[in-house]
Design a protein around this ligand. Sequence first.
Ligand code: FAD
Ligand code: SF4
Ligand code: SF4
Length: 698
Amino acid sequence: MTSEARTESKQNGCVVVENLKMLRRQLQLKEHAPVLLRTTLARAARIVTEVSLGRGTVAQLKELENLAQELAFLDATSADALAASLRNSFDEWQSHVSANSCSAGVCFQPRTVPCQEACPAHIDIPSMIAHIGHGQYEDALSILLKDTPLPNSCGLVCPAPCEDACVQKTVSAAVVIRPMKSVAARCSPSYPLPERAAPTGKKVAIVGSGPAGLTAAYYLAQKGHQVEIFDEREHAGGIMRYGIPHYRLPAEVLNSEIDMVKSLGVSIHTGRPVSNVKGLLSQGFDASFLATGLQNSKGLGVTGEDQPFVLGGMDFLSKVRAGENPRVGPHVIVIGGGNAAIDVAMTSLRQGATKVQMWYRRTRKDMPANPHEVEMALAEGVELIEYWAPTRILPGNLIEFVRSKNAPDAATAQPVTVHADQIIAGIGQEADLSWLEGSGIETKWGNIVADPVTLATGEPGIFAGGDIGHGASTVVAAIGSGKRAAESIHAYLTGTEMNHAALLSQRRDDVPAIATDAAARTNPMRPHVPERTPEERKHTHQPIQYDFDEKVAQAEAGRCLRCDQCIGCGLCELVCAEVGVEALRMIETPSGRLAFEDFIRPASLCIGCGACAAVCPTGAISVENRDGYRVTEITGTVVRRQAMSVCESCNEPFVSASQHDKMRSTLGGHASGSVICLPCARSRAVETMQDMYHHAAL
Ligand SMILES: Cc1cc2nc3c(=O)[nH]c(=O)nc-3n(C[C@H](O)[C@H](O)[C@H](O)COP(=O)(O)OP(=O)(O)OC[C@H]3O[C@@H](n4cnc5c(N)ncnc54)[C@H](O)[C@@H]3O)c2cc1C
Ligand code: SF4
Ligand code: SF4
């Protein structure tokens, strides 16, 4: 293939994948077409899928050409497209089957698990969930501790990008993943500590004990380095302790996880602000990691905000968590629409306010806050006032707002001036980076400049990550960053190549599937984590959520589609259509995988022929004889169990009754009326031949 053709192929996507999409689309459009058309289309699609998976052969390309000719009489659209592609891009098809080479770089990719890929810490979620389903909490916790030192804390506050990516979300409703981590941590009889390598004699200083600093320390200690964390605060934990309210992340949960990091030999020095970064290196540390986060509340940027009744959101929240018990109200106005603003509003209610208003420049649906958090705040009585932006703050506890330009009445609405006892800015955090002046460390837009892969700053031996590196984000993003820092610092200290593979999704276990019945697997209902009612909770700092019940978690584990076992290639669905049965139905998901649409359909259609199990590249689907029954099972769910016909000759069960019926109806007049297994049929044929020779010889 010429380089121009290769570039074109890249730009247009892979020809193999394009044909697969086309054939699958035709199968959908021709839902009620005659059997011959559907079986031929399915056969072509199955072969193209095999080519895309790296299982194609040169002989199959020839077969595809023949199928394109057969299709010409059945479906000209797919026939023309397939024949033209095989003709015009023959080299590309050929390189797929003979060299596993795809110039668009689309085929032959390892199939990662969508939830695990979306998790910044790349937790092996299906293995963790499966252990919970089996009631093996300690094993579930061991899986978690491979990729995070903070499973319980993160399990309480994570916005759960994994659930957004969950394949089950396309089918019905995403599997409940986030609270599973807390179940594992709560129900495990012990915290299985990771092992430590032999001491390397190298020392690392970490500045900041938030999730990024704690995670880097956790992994560096496991690699045998001596780690010391310095934090200016009285207690460790960063924003998890001083920003996120206790009612969402109780201090006891955080303390026990910090203790686990310490038990690996990590020293945490609190009340120790660091002002001279390079000084750390001259004090005997071989490397340092700056994970100082964003500690200061962002100002509103309007005149008059330096008055005592105007507070910073982070300052207010951290005073509450530090036990200073600041009282506010009766009327508090919160500016902002993100999660921090919601925390400020709900904490204000708990600190004495009776009227809390959130003034926001857009509408509820535009708020960056988690929709569930918004719902909880409104349920507690927080009012949301949409389409207003502050312009100035006046003496006498007054604040002036103008109507946002997006408001429907923007052209006519007049500014308003409102009285409030406190005005609290919940519009985000920033860092004071003046302590880095003269250090040589580059800063930009309020963050430390570091290489995105190695997290190295321009100064040798000094690395930076977490919020101060990538900007305001989440606990789990900081955990991912801390993990990356540990790999990079380890490579720096040992003079080795950074182990990039350690930062990719890894399969941590091979957990057997959970036996789940078809109806439960297809159940669209997602269980909820129980919560205190708004009345019960709004004047207390008690946790809002009750524990996620482990029995509910176990049942929920059965809804996981086990994307670690089934790669969603669709071969089984296509081969089932190819034999004219169509018992399996899959749908496309945003991750590019196919997912079983329902587990109930095969109960009435599957004939137990085993074609699906024969093509499945992973063994996720099986068709086996068990105690006189033909059993079809998909990742733990028995989708069909059918009695087998008994051979009239040897009396052994050998084929499902429905498969026998199918064979008879397919073969029509050529089918034998008797039920006889293959070995008996063979020996009967041999006997007949012997009789024939015998008679001929006489
Ligand atoms: C109000 C609020 C609510 C949030 N809610 C959530 C949530 O529900 N879920 C979620 O996932 N994320 C949430 N986040 C974001 C999340 O908390 C942060 O992204 C995360 O904590 C960043 O971790 P980090 O380790 O980079 O920094 P941090 O957690 O900020 O920790 C940095 C540490 O460095 C210390 N430090 C700073 N400078 C120095 C110095 N010079 N010397 C010594 N020590 C220093 C600080 O004292 C602090 O302990 C929230 C953030 C806020 C502000
Ligand atoms: S179905 Fe299970 S393995 Fe697949 S994305 Fe959802 S939680 Fe992850
Ligand atoms: S069960 Fe097997 S053949 Fe079917 S989609 Fe999953 S991996 Fe592919």
